[in-house]
Every structure is written in C-alpha cells, then in structure tokens.
Write a protein that binds this ligand. Structure first.
Ligand code: NAP
Length: 255
C-alpha cells in the first residue's frame, strides 16, 4: 500500500511542502523503534551498512519474487547489481548472468561475485541471438533510457519478468507490445524491501557468511573518495567510518 505521507530522505520534499531533503550523515540518529532493525552479531558493521540499501534492493525481488531455482540475469554491475549476483548465487538460483555495457567488469563478476556467464552489450557480437529465451527474470539497476530494450526482453523465456529497480528520471524506452505479449512478459518495478525482508536478508547473510566487496574510509576523506568513485568507476562499496568507535557507518558507490 502506498503511504500517503511518504517523504523520501533524499531528493524529496519534507511534510511542510517547502524544504527539500538532501540525505546526510549523522553521528547519532533518533528513530521510532518500529523502524529499527537489529544487525545480527555475525555481520560486521561495514558489511551490514551497504546491505541496508543496495543489498535489500537486490534481495527483495530475488527472494520474495521467486528467484530461487531460476535462471537470473542482472543488468548493470553497480552497487545493486553486484549484490544481486552475490544473493542470486547464495540463494541457489540455477544460473546467474551478469549483463554490462562493456567487458571491463567481466573478471570480477565471474571470479569474485559468482556470475556463471557475462554479456558485454557493446563488445560481444550477437549476444542477443546467442542468449535468446534463456532467462526467467532480469533484475535491472540500469538507467534504461539508452538500453536495447527489445534485445534485453528477448533474453527472457515465455512468462519471464523484467524487474527494474534503477531509479531514473527518464521514461522507460519504448517496448514493443507485440513481442512482449507473445511471450507474456511481465514488466515490474521494485522499491527497497519491507522490514521483514531486511531482517530475513541479514539473518541469511549472517548464517551463510555472505559479504559484499567493500572499501572502508574515514569520513574526513569523503571528498577524495567521491572523486575516486567518479574517476575509476569503482568496483566496491565505499563505506564511511563515521565514528572512531566503529559503531556508525554509511555507504555509497558509483559505477
Ligand atoms: N529501487 C530502489 O529501491 C532503489 C534503491 C537504491 C537505489 N536505487 C537506484 O538504483 C540505481 C542503481 O543504483 P546503484 O547503487 O547500483 O548505482 P551504481 O553503482 O551507479 O550502478 C549503476 C550501474 O548502471 C550502469 N549504467 C548505465 N548507464 C550508466 C551511466 N550513464 N553512467 C554510469 N553507470 C551507468 C552501470 O553498469 P555497467 O557498467 O555494468 O553497465 C552502473 O554500474 C540508481 O539509479 C539508484 O538511485 C533504487
């Protein structure tokens, strides 16, 4: 159900209708206990922090919307995409395919993140024909405007689902109704996950030793790290250590 008083903490308008949220970092945060989740002892804070955003955004469609035992494609190898590969493997998906714009992330995806196969859209010839009808679902965290949507949907089996979790101000690219309805495809969207799903994800990660790739830095180094993220198209979740006691963390990635 939609919350009528929903006010996003980033790029949203506060309930007075005037001020705008820009996100932020804090050493102390006071919140209603209904919206606080215990981090299991088995997950160090630097791994738990990125799970609370990218992690749950990838987990929710995979776990709740039937990824296990299926052939899964993940489009866009950024923070959410890398989590989707890790979860898909740990949850026992039949096969996991990473789909990226180029080959630059191929090695990491196949050797560190559990992908069974890799498509580089701009480098691999005939990728669309080679893998046609091979996936049950695609999780997309891409900015979709310039994506070859027809070919991407062609990767799905009959009854397959294309789930977009990427947030973009652009519209979806045109989708050909004839080919989509012939294959009875479902186009869906995902938005984070419920508190129950977050708790379940954390327990699963603790029990199965699932860890994202992270790089920890001190909060004072934030400006250098942001520049580094843009320059190098990072392969890791950068996690800021907010307190020297290592009790408070936040994370981000780009690329
Ligand atoms: N639905 C939700 O609940 C939810 C929650 C959190 C975030 N989000 C949104 O999900 C999206 C992905 O988040 P993320 O943390 O995974 O972002 P990210 O780390 O920046 O990764 C996005 C990926 O998109 C691909 N991409 C396509 N066009 C691009 C371009 N012009 N510049 C850079 N990358 C491009 C890249 O993959 P390749 O290099 O592999 O092609 C990139 O790694 C964002 O829009 C974010 O705001 C949604």
């Amino acid at each position: 159900m939609r919350c009528p008083k929903f006010s996003p903490t980033h790029n949203g308008t506060w309930l007075d209708g005037k001020s705008t949220h820009h996100g932020g970092l804090a050493k102390i945060h006071r919140a209603n206990s209904n919206v606080v989740i215990k981090i299991p002892d088995g997950i160090p804070a630097e791994y738990a922090a990125p799970m609370l955003c990218s992690g749950i955004t990838a987990w929710s469609p995979l776990k709740t919307r039937r990824g296990t035992g299926k052939s899964v494609g993940v489009l866009g190898m950024g923070g959410i995409g890398r989590f989707a590969l890790i979860w898909a493997k740990a949850l026992g998906c039949d096969s996991v395919m990473a789909i990226s714009r180029s080959s630059s992330k191929k090695n990491d995806c196949l050797t560190k993140l559990g992908a069974d196969s890799f498509i580089a859209i701009s480098d691999d010839e005939d990728w669309a024909a080679k893998h046609v009808g091979s996936l049950d679902l695609i999780i997309s965290n891409h900015r979709l405007r310039h994506m070859p949507m027809k070919d991407l949907l062609g990767l799905l089996k009959v009854n397959g689902s294309f789930i977009t979790v990427g947030a973009s101000l652009d519209d979806l690219p045109d989708i050909n109704t004839f080919s989509s309805y012939c294959a009875m495809l479902k186009i869906e969207a995902g938005f984070w996950g419920t508190f129950e799903e977050i708790g379940e994800m954390l327990e699963f990660a603790a029990a199965n030793g699932v860890r994202p790739l992270v790089q920890v830095f001190d909060l004072e180094e934030t400006n250098q790290v942001i520049a580094q993220q843009y320059a190098e198209m990072s392969r890791y979740k950068f996690v800021a250590k907010v307190q020297s006691s290592s009790e408070a963390w936040t994370s981000s990635s780009h690329g």
